[in-house]
Write a protein that binds this ligand. Structure first.
Ligand code: AMP
Ligand code: MN
Ligand code: MN
Length: 323
């Protein structure tokens, strides 16, 4: 496994650096990209930030979010991928015809990372990619400032669900203290990430929660295009609904099937500690962490649902019998 020093060396040696994160970006993807982008600008690098999907409105408080482009045609001499377990997760941003000869530094914390980079700095035990980046900022000899700290603390907060996941170690808390001392406001970020949401999101939850299904120990629901149109909910993702479903006492596994405009189905999986959903997500072409994983399947919705439910039922039984 490659280390922070190797990532820092590749980055120091490059001049024009393209930084990309995964499609349907979350707070760790956007926060990490902006945090590293600001750091490298301080280091006098030419930096291009790119994500195939728009920045969710929820994260538009982050400094310079509007500098994130949807595609990139500029020549670069290094590609840094953040929070991405495989190249497909970059979506249309990864164009092999222009990028095939550009070296890749892959910085990630997904247990299912397939190590597609020239340097693979992958730490599955890290709470967030942003958590790893704090060490990279130090490794590059750049001082944390309030903007960098705000971006990186956003990443840590989103992926730890506000310091609540099992990845929340004393080191994570120490990193958070460093970021607060550099000027990031924990209460303000917590409020923005977990305390406020558009009413349409609550309406979407209300609709989907009327249609809950508990099959054995698996709780699932779905978001259809019809529901989205009726409510006027067009944001990517479920805005935390999968995490909410996974709080049900009766369920070990929670799933959201989210029908996309092109007919594909995004599947969000969650499970309680002691089980693992990342292997099934990986076997279906996706990835993630033990307790939170996902994949994208071709439609129709019913077919995708049957396939996922059957695989997860089998996986649950096997995991349960070996406990
Ligand atoms: P989500 O359910 O979208 O919040 O995602 C939960 C976790 O699974 C995150 O760490 C995602 O990066 C990962 N994940 C979700 N969908 C995919 C996918 N299609 N491929 C790889 N990883 C995914
Ligand atoms: Mn992510
Ligand atoms: Mn992450």
């Amino acid at each position: 496994m490659k280390t922070v020093q190797e990532a820092a060396k590749q980055i120091s040696d490059a001049e024009r650096i393209l930084i990309v994160c995964h499609v349907s970006p979350d707070g760790d993807a956007i926060g990490s990209m902006l945090g590293l982008g600001l750091t490298l600008s301080e280091a006098q690098k030419r930096v291009i930030l790119c994500c195939a999907d728009p920045v969710p409105s929820q994260y538009r408080y982050l400094p310079h979010w509007e500098t994130i482009a949807r595609s990139c045609s500029e020549r670069c001499d290094l590609l840094v991928t953040l929070d991405c377990s495989d190249l497909d997760r970059l979506g249309a941003v990864y164009d092999p015809s222009t990028l095939h000869d550009v070296p890749i530094v892959n910085i990630d914390h997904h247990t299912t990372n397939v190590e597609f980079g020239d340097v693979n700095w992958v730490e599955p035990e890290a709470a967030a990619t942003a958590q790893m980046l704090v060490r990279l900022v130090h490794g590059l000899g750049i001082s944390l400032n309030a903007d960098i700290a705000t971006c990186l603390l956003t990443g840590i907060l989103t992926d730890t669900l506000g310091f609540r996941t099992s990845a929340t170690t004393p080191e994570v808390m120490e990193t958070a203290i460093q970021l607060m001392k550099a000027g990031a406001s924990l209460p303000e970020l917590t409020d923005r990430i977990f305390g406020r949401r558009p009413m349409r999101t609550i309406e979407m939850w209300a609709t989907t929660l009327q249609n809950l299904h508990l099959e054995g120990h698996i709780l699932w629901t779905e978001i259809t295009q019809r529901m989205r149109r009726r409510i006027g909910y067009q944001e990517n993702g479920d805005a935390g609904l999968a995490n909410f479903l996974s709080t049900a006492n009766e369920a070990d596994i929670a799933i959201i099937f989210d029908e996309q405009q092109d007919g594909q189905v995004n599947v969000s999986m969650r499970c309680v500690p002691g089980y693992d959903v990342s292997q099934v997500a990986f076997d279906l072409g996706g990835g993630g962490h033990a307790q939170a994983a996902g994949c994208t399947l071709s439609g129709p919705l019913e077919g995708a649902r049957t396939r996922v439910l059957s695989m997860l039922q089998k996986s649950w039984s096997m995991q349960n019998s070996s406990r």
